[in-house]
Structures are given as structure tokens and as C-alpha cells.
Write a protein that binds this ligand. Structure first.
Ligand code: G1P
Length: 295
């Protein structure tokens, strides 16, 4: 368990245009993955790694997010009266998870800009950044190892995963030193969403970072990059290139990750997670087989 009081920052200010019209009036982070909103998985991941102070960066139309992590007295009283303790526990679970704070991003100027909005809340603490589009299976812990690596090295830590070269243009991509120790690699450079032919490797940043507050000074002066947005990857590239600093390390993840940022992957995530669930899997698995045979 880490000794420093890590905080977590969850950027959730995206417009969710890929999921319109579902996201017209509702943030994409509230889309259910089986029966929980995507963002609750991410908050639970942070709490499972021992982090209890969580800042969510929100955009417009994000009241549903703060409501979700708040208590709902009328619903709770209603369930209590009915003696529906199972559902009551589910309702209360999301409000009891952690100490959750919100700050608005203002203008959507990119991930780096969103992270910079966390500066006054984070203060002098090291912190984790968790992106809501990537869900990490709780059977394959990643964040705890990243926090430990940060404590050991003082470096910025990114989660890396080997991806199909056909998809590499959708990610921040790392060049790394040869050889790894216990799945940890030294990152020598980072580039945001390169073309496949320009990608330095097939190691993509998946949305988990552990950073020192020093990154805020860099983000303050980071110019808009790819897509005209202030990119976190560009700030991390500066840390990786600094010969006098602690640098950047990558924890290479080989576990189960679900991408909920894209419609096809979102549906796959629901199918996989539901099939594995004890309460739903026994009914679903035989049906999946029958259904697959009809395709
Ligand atoms: C962001 C980051 C990118 C990272 C990705 C992981 O991109 O900018 O470096 O690889 O998350 O999901 P986005 O998917 O928000 O465009």
C-alpha cells in the first residue's frame, strides 16, 4: 500500500459525440456497462488501489455525474420501507465509495488542459489520472503497481499496452529502452496519435498515469498539439526528454482492458463483463452460443 496520500483525477468533460443521441443530455461516462455507469468502475478502481480523494473534471451537462455519487434520500427511504436491502446497498454504494470532488473544465481544450484544472485540488501531492474510456478488469490490478513504481522512482508512470498496429494512430505511443524489469520499461519518448508508419513502437498509452505535481508547470506552457488540443502526452514527452529529471517509466499491462470509448468496443465490453458475472453469466452464456450459431 502506498505511503504518500495519492489523489486521483478523472477527466470526464468530453462531449461523447460518438454516442449521440444517447449523450445528447447525458454524459458518456454515465452510459451503463452492464448495470453500472462506466465512471463508477473507474472510481472503484481508484479506491481499490487505496485512493479515497477523487477529483472529477466535468464539462457541461454533467449534473448526472455529481448526482450519481450523491445520496438520494427519497429513493433510499422507499427501498428501506420495501425491505429491498440488495437494491438499497447498490444505491448507497456509489455515494459511500470515496470523497469525490468536482471541478468544471470550462472550455474543452484537451486532456492536458483538463488535468491542469486539477492543480489547486492536487496541491503538492503526487496523483493518478484515470481516463474513463479505459476500463481495467479488477482481477488484473494495474494502478497499485504504478503507484509503487512512482514511489520507487519518483518518475512519471504511464500504463502501456501492446496494440494492433492498425489501431496505433488512436493512442499516445511510447519509444522505450530495450529490456524491461518486471514489466517496467524506461520511456525515452512519447508521441500523440502518430500515423502507423511514424509510430515508434506498438506500445500505446492506455488511460492510466501517476504523476508528480511538477507536470502542472509544464502543462501551463504546453502549446496546443495534435487536434489543436493541449496534450498530456506532449507534457510527458518533455519529462521523458529531461536528462536531469526522474524521467518517465511505463508499466506494461497484459491484463484485461475494455475500451468503452468506441461503440463496437463498448458493446464488446458489456458482453464480456456480463458473461463473466455470477448473477448474469449462467443465463447469458448458453444464449450467446445459440445466437453466435445463427450469425
Ligand atoms: C487519450 C490520450 C492518448 C491515450 C488515450 C488512451 O486520447 O490523449 O495519449 O493513448 O487517451 O485511451 P483520447 O482517447 O482521449 O483521444
Amino acid at each position: 500500500m502506498p505511503h504518500k496520500p495519492f489523489k486521483a483525477v478523472i477527466p470526464a468533460a468530453g462531449l461523447g459525440t460518438r454516442f449521440l443521441p444517447a449523450t445528447k443530455a447525458m454524459p458518456k461516462e454515465m452510459l451503463p456497462v452492464v448495470d453500472k455507469p462506466a465512471i463508477q468502475y473507474v472510481v472503484e478502481e481508484a479506491t481499490q488501489a487505496g485512493i479515497s480523494d477523487i477529483l472529477i473534471i466535468i464539462g457541461r451537462n454533467k449534473n448526472a455525474l455529481s448526482n450519481h455519487f450523491d445520496s438520494v434520500p427519497e429513493l433510499e427511504t422507499n427501498l428501506e420501507k420495501k425491505g429491498d436491502t440488495d437494491r438499497l446497498a447498490k444505491v448507497q454504494q456509489s455515494s459511500d465509495l470515496a470523497d469525490i470532488h468536482f471541478v468544471r473544465q470550462g472550455e474543452p481544450k484537451g486532456l492536458g488542459h483538463a488535468v491542469l484544472r486539477a492543480r489547486s485540488h492536487v496541491g503538492d501531492n503526487p496523483f493518478a489520472v484515470l481516463l474513463g474510456d479505459d476500463l481495467i478488469d479488477d482481477r488484473d490490478p494495474l494502478l497499485t503497481k504504478m503507484l509503487e513504481e512512482h514511489e520507487r522512482t519518483g518518475a512519471a508512470i504511464v500504463a502501456l499496452m501492446e496494440v494492433d498496429p492498425a489501431h496505433i494512430h488512436m493512442y499516445g505511443v511510447a519509444s522505450v529502452e530495450e529490456g524491461s524489469e518486471d514489466g517496467v520499461v524506461k520511456v525515452t519518448g512519447l508521441v500523440e496519435k502518430p500515423k502507423a508508419e511514424d509510430a515508434p513502437s506498438n506500445l500505446a498509452i492506455i488511460g492510466r498515469y501517476v504523476l508528480s505535481p511538477a507536470v502542472f508547470d509544464i502543462l501551463e506552457r504546453t502549446e496546443p498539439g495534435k487536434g489543436g488540443e493541449i496534450q498530456l502526452t506532449d507534457a510527458l514527452q518533455e519529462l521523458a526528454a529531461d536528462p536531469d529529471g526522474p524521467g518517465v517509466y511505463g508499466v506494461v499491462f497484459r491484463g484485461r482492458r475494455y475500451d468503452t470509448g468506441d461503440r463496437v468496443d463498448y458493446i464488446k465490453a458489456i458482453v464480456q463483463l456480463a458473461a463473466d458475472r455470477e448473477d448474469l453469466g449462467p443465463d447469458l452464456r448458453p444464449w450467446f452460443k445459440e445466437f453466435a450459431a445463427t450469425l
